[in-house]
Design a protein around this ligand. Sequence first.
Ligand SMILES: [Zn+2]
Length: 205
Amino acid sequence: MNCPSFENLISYVDGEMAAAASQALATHLASGCATCASSRAWYESVKAIAASDDTKDAPRWVLHRALKLFETQPLRGSAVERFGHLIASLVFDSLRRPALAGARALAAADRQLLYRADNYSIDLQLAAGKERGAELTGQILREGEFQFESVSGLELKLVCEGRKILSTKTNKFGEFSLATLECGEYDLQIETDEISITVVGVPVA
Ligand SMILES: [Zn+2]
């Protein structure tokens, strides 16, 4: 069998699939398909997060900084004007839930943060750099989409105190990597085809 659709994988994980189809999917997973294994792990971790999500509203300083972003940065491009600009909200921080972070089996990451904005999730991993500073890697995913078409080749900008520090693009899986950051707080700006998303105050320690 070929890889199942993401929807089918989800109904399998949720135990809502008919027995025969479920058997075929189990056989496919048992065959060691890495793509499906990682999609399944991602969905299970998001489910776990959603089930235990006790995230409070953003603290006031985050809102203040978000408002300042709107004041100081005119929206660019027609897509942004049509669909707007969102501030991503933090739904998971491994420093706050060490047990769950362990369960996610991302041992190389020193700190993991998951943000959400509209249909997008932004998964960030911060690790100590090889010589100094920190490395930020991440993946952007769009809910219900398995082929990554709306998260590949997105423009990313890392901004510190209103100054652009680094820019990059996501690869075909929506992944990206930004190396050697000084300690501090950064805003990550993501331009999708639909919206512009800002992750405010990524804590690089
Ligand atoms: Zn597969």
